[in-house]
Every structure is written in structure tokens, then in C-alpha cells.
Design a binder for this molecule. Structure first.
Ligand code: NCD
Length: 360
């Protein structure tokens, strides 16, 4: 049976008005008792939260090293269930959330596409999510649509079972938990040289449609004296909404298509791949851009402490030989995602105190 019904489109009164509001005006809606409830936008994180979640991630990884510590973690949330709803391809985000849940003892259910759910029968996205909420205590959603996680949280917050939603990537718009693990990786990379404050960061590649660089840019307002370098081909320049945000927060940025010229200047280089899956005009926006790749030869041009990050997956943006260099942080970054997401889930379920208690 290959028949797929057209999705049912339900009208939710008030949603469009809410969606169009500036993000700053929406933040309270996703907060409870002064704590984040749904994790939808990078703009929800302030410095206090960022420092706290990084510290918590350090504690989780420290505890997980021993059998006794790992058992303590596993006993924190065995009574909770998490849904991983990933209807867009994912390796790292999916596996790191899955393993973060396992670390804390949660039970996990997953759906990795709409083709095996009742969406084939025409069930609306909202009813599908509401069904998850009937069985689960937390939903992590990755979806090709920009406002999906936000709408889901908005719909559920108006029901009598408003389980928290974590945005695991919303189309070309945002990827807030990636931004958290990127911050965690940057802070760890710079821990002996004063942390992230005062650093110069280059973001390279498809800045127009890369959600990771967008979310990470929002977080820069939380750090003192940051300078950003946006390095991209002309057609993939950072969008005006992010540039406007940086201007509003007095964060200096430079745009260039000359990658090599900024290599010696920066403390971190954040590489990204071309996001062809979002191409409006496949002939124009696909292809490779070798002048925006980081090659082994470039290692001699960057500073001794420069951290090389990439959200991964990579294609040709970073030559594989670069992996051997201690400044290549992307494989550590990937693993940091698991610890950071475990810390985030612990925070959402308010068992963070129990983790910190182990260290007093
Ligand atoms: C990124 C994503 O999905 O946005 N990957 C990830 O989550 N680690 C980056 C990408 O796909 O290029």
C-alpha cells in the first residue's frame, strides 16, 4: 500500500499572531518558574544559563566516568519517557540525544519519518505531536519547517499535557542545542586563555541556510568583546536578520570571501557545508566552493591556539588530514553534544541539583 493521504491542515486561532511576534516577546511563553521549559530558540539562553549548562555538562561527563557515577546518573530519570521525532535526516543530533537519554535512564521512543505514522492516513502534524505527548514526558523534534518546534510547543502548552519540546533543528532557521554544544566546545578549547570572551570567531561556508551558524551568532551577545568574521561566497552570505541582531547588540562583524586573509587573525574557525537540500534553484546554489575549504596547508597559517569546529557532517570543507592536528576540535565537539544534551535534559526535568550535589 503506497497511498499517502494529503495532510489535514487544522486552523489554530491565535497561532499566526503569536508566530509573527518578535522573539523577545515570546520568551515568557516557553518559560516556567523562571526556568526554560521548551527549548526553541537560541535567544532563550542568557550568560548565566550558558555558564551553568556548561558546568553541568562537565559534571555529567565526570560522573559518567565511573561505574558508581554512571549508576547514579541512570537512576535520575528512569520514570520519564522521551520521544525523538526526527523527520529530517540526522546522525549526531539523534544519537547524542538518544545516548543522553540513556545516560540519565530515560526510556526512549523514536520516529524517524512520517511514512510509518498515521500521517500517511492524513493525520495533522499537531495531532501527531499531541499523541506523542500522551505517552511521553519530553519531545525532541527535528523538522524541515522553520516554525515547527515552536508551533508544537505553542499547541501543547495550551493542552492539559504540556510536555516540554526541545528543538533539534528547525529547517534552515535554528538549531539551539547545537549552539549550546558549540559554546561548550569553544569554552573548553579556550579554558586556559580566558574562555570565549574577547575572542575572534570566523564562520565559514553556507551562512545563509546553515541553521547552526545562525543560532551560534545569536549566542554571541552573551560574551564580551567578540568579533565575528563571516566568510562565504556572495550567494551564501549571512542573512540580514542576523546582521541586524548583531548591530543591535554592538557585536562587530566583517564579511569577506577571502578565507585565507582572516585565517591568521581568528581564535576559532567554524566550518559549515553547503546546505543544498534547501536550494531554491538547484543549478545556482549547489556545487562545491573549494576556496572556502580548510586544507592541511592552512594549518601553518592559523594561530597555535585556534580551534577548528564543524557541526558535521562534512563533505570536502575540511581535508581529512587536518583531523590529526590538536586544533581540530570537531570530533570532540560531536562528543561534547552528548554530555551537553544530557545536562540539558537533566535541567529540563529539574534533577540538575542532584548532579551537582555529588560534588559538594
Ligand atoms: C547540522 C544540521 O543538521 O543542521 N548537523 C548537526 O546537527 N550536527 C549541520 C549540517 O547538516 O550541515
Amino acid at each position: 500500500m503506497s497511498y499517502t493521504a494529503k495532510p489535514t491542515i487544522q486552523v489554530y486561532k491565535g497561532w499566526n499572531t503569536f508566530y509573527e511576534k518578535p522573539v523577545d516577546e515570546k520568551l515568557d511563553f516557553f518559560t516556567r518558574d523562571g526556568r526554560l521549559f521548551d527549548v526553541i530558540f537560541a535567544q532563550q539562553f542568557d550568560r548565566k544559563f550558558l555558564d551553568y549548562i556548561c558546568r553541568l555538562a562537565d559534571k555529567v561527563r565526570q560522573l559518567a566516568r565511573t561505574k558508581m557515577g554512571a549508576e547514579k546518573l541512570r537512576h535520575l530519570l528512569p520514570h520519564k519517557r522521551c520521544m525523538l521525532y526526527f523527520v529530517q535526516p540526522s546522525t549526531r543530533t539523534f544519537l547524542s540525544f538518544l545516548n543522553a537519554c540513556h545516560i540519565l535512564g530515560l526510556n526512549v521512543s523514536e520516529s524517524r519519518g512520517t511514512s510509518t505514522s498515521s500521517e500517511v492516513k492524513g493525520e495533522s502534524q499537531e495531532d501527531t505531536i499531541r499523541t506523542f505527548a500522551s505517552y511521553m514526558d519530553l519531545i525532541v523534534a527535528r523538522h524541515p519547517e522553520a516554525g515547527f518546534a515552536e508551533k508544537t510547543a505553542w499547541v501543547l502548552n495550551r493542552t492539559d499535557r504540556p510536555v516540554p519540546i526541545i528543538n533539534g533543528g528547525s529547517g534552515p532557521d535554528q538549531h539551539p542545542t547545537q549552539a549550546l554544544l558549540d559554546i561548550y566546545t569553544l569554552e573548553r578549547s579556550f579554558k586556559d586563555i580566558g574562555g570565549l570572551d574577547g575572542k575572534k570567531i570566523a564562520m565559514v561556508g553556507d551562512l545563509k541556510r546553515g541553521r547552526t551558524v545562525r543560532s551560534l551568532s545569536y549566542l554571541m551577545k552573551n560574551y564580551a568583546d567578540i568579533t565575528l568574521y563571516f566568510v562565504s561566497p556572495d550567494i551564501f552570505k549571512m542573512k540580514p536578520d542576523i546582521l541586524g541582531f548583531l548591530e543591535k547588540h554592538h557585536i562587530p562583524y566583517h564579511e569577506t570571501d577571502d578565507f585565507e586573509s582572516i585565517m591568521p587573525l581568528v581564535d576559532a574557525i567554524y566550518m559549515t557545508r553547503i546546505q543544498d537540500e534547501y536550494a531554491d534553484d538547484a543549478t545556482r546554489e549547489t556545487g562545491t566552493y573549494p576556496e572556502f575549504d580548510f586544507k592541511k596547508a592552512h594549518l601553518s597559517m592559523i594561530q597555535a591556539h585556534c580551534a577548528l569546529l564543524h557541526p558535521l557532517p562534512r563533505r570536502y570543507e575540511i581535508e581529512v588530514e587536518v583531523d590529526q592536528d590538536p586544533r581540530a576540535a570537531y570530533w570532540r565537539q560531536e562528543r561534547n553534544g552528548m554530555w551537553l544534551r544530557a545536562a540539558l535534559i537533566a535541567y529540563v526535568f529539574r534533577v540538575d541539583d542532584e548532579i551537582l550535589k555529588e560534588f559538594t
